[in-house]
Write a protein that binds this ligand. Sequence first.
Ligand SMILES: Nc1ncnc2c1ncn2[C@@H]1O[C@H](COP(=O)(O)OP(=O)(O)OP(=O)(O)O)[C@@H](O)[C@H]1O
Length: 612
Amino acid sequence: MESVIQEKGNLSIHTENIFPIIKKFLYSDHEIFLRELVSNAVDASQKIKKLASYGEFNGELGDLKVVVKLDKDAKTITISDNGIGMTADEIKKYINQIAFSGATEFVEKYKDKGEDGKGDKGIIGHFGLGFYSAYMVAENVEILTKSYREDAEAVRWQCDGSTEFELSPAEKADRGSEIILHIAPDSEEFLDEHRLRGILEKYGKFLPVQIEFEDKIINNPNPIWTKSPADLKDEDYLSFYKELYPFSEDPLFWIHLNVDYPFNLTGVLYFPKLRNDFQGQREKIQLYSRQVFITDEVKDIVPDFLQLLHGVIDSPDIPLNVSRSYLQADGNVKKINGYITRKVADKLSEIFKNDREGFEKKFDDIGLFIKYGIISDDKFYDKAKDFCLLKNTDGKFFTFDEYREAVKDNQTDINDTQVWLYTTDEKKQDAFIQSAKKRSYDVLSLTTVIDSHFINALEQKLEKVNIKRVDADTLDKLVEKDVKLESILSSDDQEKAKKIFEEIAGNKSANVQVEAMPVDELPVVITFPEFMRRMTDMQASSGQRSMFGDMPLMYTVSLNSNHPVISRILQSEDESDQKVLAKQVYDLALLSQGLLSGSDLTQFIQRTVTNL
Ligand SMILES: Nc1ncnc2c1ncn2[C@@H]1O[C@H](COP(=O)(O)OP(=O)(O)OP(=O)(O)O)[C@@H](O)[C@H]1O
């Protein structure tokens, strides 16, 4: 057997292998070539502007513009700019040496220049690979360029995707570059003006230099997120929203993001009208890097609940073209997450403090969002706990603290725990809500898709608070008090009543019990244990089918031992009379829970009509 000797060395890379790799794997989406080449042209234009501002270029800047031209007959796409251009030496350095980025070098060189000491502002490239993405669609690429330097000579570079290139003197009157792509037969789909305009509008809609295609400027070089909030009016934000989402309703409000340290980020986030739906609204945030569109999949950059917002985030500090798992672990991305969450919470808190009435009016829309935030993000909860509102069945709003105070006297039970009652459907649970109100209990209206999760989260976070649906049990059991009502029935009679109703329920899942309730409450009350409710509610909101079928597996039948009808049933001599009466009150209880249907309901109606 051959023995292995310890050895160190360099892996060798053969450049002839690199083109096929670039062509296949550099970007999964071939249309990106246009984004890359137009970005380079924009960079070249920004650089000349900067050089002029640093006094290193004293010629005429002219009208800086990038022009994209399609020639179907010649099968070429040409991207021209009047930026800094390149000398033959620069081509050798920046183009021939793959992955040697001239952008990075420019930024390094000028990093301390400019009033703000940020020489890199506005320069897009930094990997040094973008240019080669041209070979994803072209079989041959030409560069015709003339540097801004005095006495510079124009040069032509050409390469057919092998490792050989040609560099020669050329004729070009004006400063700048032309990149001519000879489109490969398998990429002729790009020789279509609609397709090209589509790609340009997607990636270049907000590029900072004018982009012309077929004699029209396709971009808005000064989108509002690049401006100072002090210079903007509400109309500006609204019309930008319309520019982004042409057919949407106006947003509720917005946040202008602007931070330079410890990372760079600008943007505008809008709160849309959510309307109880938060699936259809996602993937509306667009991510830009120095005004170049990158993606509208911001899953890994923006916390889940914030994806309900709309708008634009622009950050050169979010690593692009890297794997998802890397992105999630990235320190900047984490900081950006935290920053956006904080900003959003601060904005909500500000509106709440300055305009409580307006905040309450918008709460049906923003409530969903705030609750989602509370469920999923502890840091957000820390801020939101002071402005998240609870609405009761009378339409009155409370903060958590206000609500604690409001129900303290009446709804604290023997364990010194507050019981907050809620309804998920005011109409269906009306009988229970009315009974609760008779005792001056307050009932919260928690009717949105997210509320079952929200209630769980609240119980975990709020101390000494139990949240129970108003029909989870009889009121005496929901809010247990020291003083208990006496039952007028003897324990023998109670046992008898229980038997009669057990027979009528005829159902193992109904748990019959006797309880001393006030006389003015119903003779029979049907309730569902809270835990059972929650499981079914949560399953329903997460879109799963309930494992309990249509009706919950277990329910409680409480007989009011103080109600005269129960006494009448017990006193009845005739067994069939007794049954009819018991069945009638039992069906009434089912009816008030919406549980009486089909032949049971028909029989109930028949019986009732004949006894009129
Ligand atoms: N139109 C142009 N005008 C002037 N210089 C250019 C032009 N296109 C490319 N270059 C030069 O070639 C270099 C390499 O470009 P390339 O697109 O490969 O990388 P990059 O722009 O630096 O980084 P990225 O990979 O992020 O695009 C640029 O940094 C720039 O110096």
